[in-house]
Design a protein around this ligand. Structure first.
Ligand code: WTA
Length: 701
């Protein structure tokens, strides 16, 4: 029923028994252990709560500071924590300049174009230094940007993207990178919310061998921002091939500029890094939540970078001489923390790949790994499932060897984990299943790769300094071994935690802290556990298994989509009266959205036409990643007597699982007719054993 008082996940013991099969342990090899960064068996003691917050001095000390901090953690205004308070540093200096003394000729970034016959581009630390300086000079003197300004960056996976981010960091300009696959309108919403007056974009890029016209999205973005009252003065366009424009969309005179043209005036320019307070914001990253409006997650300079670097060192086992490849997109938090900031702060070589993993075939990632001799590989379950589906035997055909592999973003099924371990890792590599979020800056739960055994399907314990706890609805702790699912929270703050939601501190406090705060007046961090919004189980061995979101967020191929955002897009179609979006299990992407709409009375529109309009609206307002698998036109939506749409019932129908008791609905008959419609067209097999996020979807109405 729609009476859950708050975000809840209710799982009884019988249901758990069906889902909680203990998997066997796997152990790291002696070879891995012998070279690992984190081999100190006392590390958990050192990072214990008795030693909190001073334990995080160790992470702060990985960075170079202009002025050392005076207070490791300032808790005077909970939950607005300040890490390394009083410290001054510059993030770009830490990721670039400080490596010049001993690594200037070493590759910082290796860019692999999607077209296989195009050459890799190797950018050494010296070259990165030059490019970041020139770009910073251009942004400052031509773009008119200064410390504290926001700038929206809507770019694909090209090396100019990290260069632009680091140039912003050099100036203290707050960047807001919008994933390149998002639509122009979605970018425009984020421009307006952040108050950016400059948009940095690209002309195009390759995807599945075809040029994507990216510049056209900039025009839509600027128009959308204007509708929302935000003026964009300049659009800076990086060209995929300097001097050659690959987009068909005209440049707007006086507003749009090619970066490579403008940059000619800044050849050889140097810009002193601007010393920033540890708590000055470094960037915003928009993510989806329960309401239709994306949240601008604000991250700090000092705490964020220290945490990204510390976890990259301890959990990813990054050494300066590794070749590390994370296949994520820099437009998501994984790319920020673990393609750009963490790896570069440690002075390693970070590989970035432009395109899709299966282009031109599913052997591509393994050819890249072989050629560059990548030894750390980082990706998401969606890609692993896809690569297994199309090329299960391909990894063994290539001569590459990973010491460590990462999975992130979604729960990984144990059998997918085993394929990753056996075939991709060749039974040599340690795997870390890292659970975390845009909001958390870096990893929260994972095994320590040289110290803990791995367990397929489980993220593992909290990483050093992170103390997870699982609460039930009444804030009672569900300890390890209790075999009950609950809401996972973190007891303590940590340096990578978000600072606030841009422009909406009340929403920040409400979303992440109000549910389990013990006393809103308290200045003691112990009273402010962080509420992550995921359901989880704590096994007796202290390993955590993440079950999925407890809010109205669908995780599609590791990308967070808010169901309310999709529903708002549907409601822009004049014929649509009501819309509901539910997740459907997909063997590759994890989940995909499915849409139900009811038409306005008297509308006799052609259903096919309305369905097409709905799909277009979603693609235009959000992006192709949100494309629904089906749009169902229903005569009415199943509703409670108070008129609320029962999304839970629709999710059950879409996944062909039992709908439960619907007799108390205002219109129980509609359920049967929707079921018949969906079943007759999809013929999905009946599911009795649905994943927990599906089973509990829409319990919060
Ligand atoms: C999910 C991505 C299971 C989770 C870094 C979380 C995971 C959301 C895992 C955050 C994992 C992330 N196992 N689920 N290892 N990692 N998730 O903000 O539901 O894009 O809340 O950050 O992804 O997604 P976000």
């Amino acid at each position: 029923m729609a009476d859950a008082k708050s975000n809840s996940i209710e799982v009884n013991e019988a249901q758990i028994a069906a889902h909680w099969k203990e998997e066997e342990y796997y152990y790291p090899t002696a070879k891995f252990i012998s070279q690992a960064n984190l081999v100190d068996t006392e590390v958990m003691k050192r990072f214990g709560l008795d030693n909190f917050p001073e334990c995080f001095k160790e992470y702060g000390d990985l960075l170079d500071w202009y002025k050392y901090w005076h207070t490791t953690l300032d808790t005077s205004n909970p939950p607005f924590w300040k890490w390394y308070a009083g410290g001054l540093l510059n993030v770009s200096y830490n990721c670039v300049d400080r490596h010049l003394s001993n690594k200037k000729g070493k590759a910082a970034l290796i860019f692999v174009p999607e077209l296989e016959d195009e050459q890799h581009i190797v950018i050494t630390y010296q070259e990165l230094f030059v490019r970041v300086n020139e770009t910073a000079a251009m942004l400052r003197d031509f773009g008119g940007l200064k410390k504290g300004d926001r700038v929206t960056i809507h770019m694909p996976m090209v090396p100019d993207l990290p260069v632009t981010m680091l140039a912003c960091a050099r100036l203290g300009v707050i960047h807001s990178v919008v994933f390149g696959g998002f639509s122009g309108a979605a970018c425009g919403d984020r421009i307006a919310d952040s108050g950016s007056r400059v948009l940095i974009t690209s002309d195009g890029y390759f995807r599945n061998g075809k040029i994507q016209n990216h510049k056209e999205k900039a025009d839509v973005a600027v128009a959308r921002a204007k509708e929302l009252g935000a003026q964009v003065d300049k659009v800076l366009v990086w060209r995929r091939y300097p001097g050659k424009y690959i987009s068909e969309t005209p440049m707007v005179k006086g507003r749009d500029f090619f970066v490579d043209d403008v940059m000619k005036d800044f050849n050889g320019k140097r810009v002193e890094p601007v010393p920033m307070l540890s708590e000055d914001p470094l960037f915003l990253m928009y993510t989806s939540g329960t309401t239709g409006k994306p949240k601008g997650i604000q991250h700090s300079s000092g705490g964020y970078l220290a945490y990204a670097a510390g976890t990259a060192r301890n959990i990813l086992d990054i050494h300066p001489d590794d070749v590390y490849w994370c296949m994520a997109d820099i437009g998501w938090i994984t790319g920020h923390s673990y393609i750009v900031y963490g790896p570069l702060a440690l002075g390693t070589t970070s590989v970035m790949y432009e395109g899709v993993p299966t282009y031109p075939d599913a052997g591509r990632p393994w050819r890249i790994a072989e050629r560059l001799d990548v030894n750390i590989f980082h990706t998401a379950p969606t890609s692993i499932r896809q690569l297994r589906k199309v090329g299960p035997d391909l990894p063994k055909k290539y001569n590459f060897h990973f010491k460590l592999m990462v999975t992130v973003g979604e729960p990984i099924e144990p059998d997918v984990w085993r394929w990753y371990y056996d075939e991709v890792g060749k039974r040599e590599a340690s795997i870390v299943d890292t659970w975390w979020q845009t909001e958390t800056g870096g990893f929260l739960c994972s095994t320590k790769p040289a110290l803990d055994p791995m367990k397929p399907g489980s993220a593992g314990p909290g990483v050093p300094g992170i103390h997870p706890v699982i609460y039930d609805e009444d804030a009672k702790e569900l300890p390890p071994g209790s075999n009950k699912a609950g809401n996972i929270c973190i007891r303590n703050p940590w340096p990578g935690i978000m600072q606030t939601i841009w422009g909406d501190p009340d929403r920040f406090v409400k979303t992440y802290y109000s549910k389990y705060c013990r006393n809103p007046k308290s200045k003691d961090w112990r009273d402010w556990p962080y509420f992550a919004g995921d359901g989880a189980l704590f096994a007796a061995d202290g390993y955590i298994r993440i079950l999925g979101r407890v809010d109205d967020v669908i995780n599609v191929a590791g990308h967070r989509l808010g169901t309310k955002e999709l529903e708002s897009a549907c409601l822009t179609i004049p014929e649509v009266a009501e819309a509901a979006v539910v997740p459907v299990v997909d063997p590759v992407k994890g989940r995909v959205p499915e849409v139900y709409i009811a038409l306005k009375p008297g509308v006799s529109a052609d259903h096919g036409e309305v369905q097409r309009k709905v799909v277009n609206a979603i693609e235009n307002m959000i992006g192709k990643i949100a494309r629904p698998s089906h749009v169902w036109v229903a005569d009415d939506m199943p509703k409670t007597r108070s008129g609320k749409i029962m999304r839970r019932v629709l999710a059950a129908v879409s996944n062909n699982m039992p709908v439960g008791d619907v007799t108390t609905l205002a219109n129980p008959d509609i359920v049967e007719s929707i079921k018949v419609m969906v079943q007759s067209q999809t013929k999905r097999a009946e599911v009795t054993d649905a994943p927990d996020d599906i089973k509990h979807f829409g319990k919060v109405e």
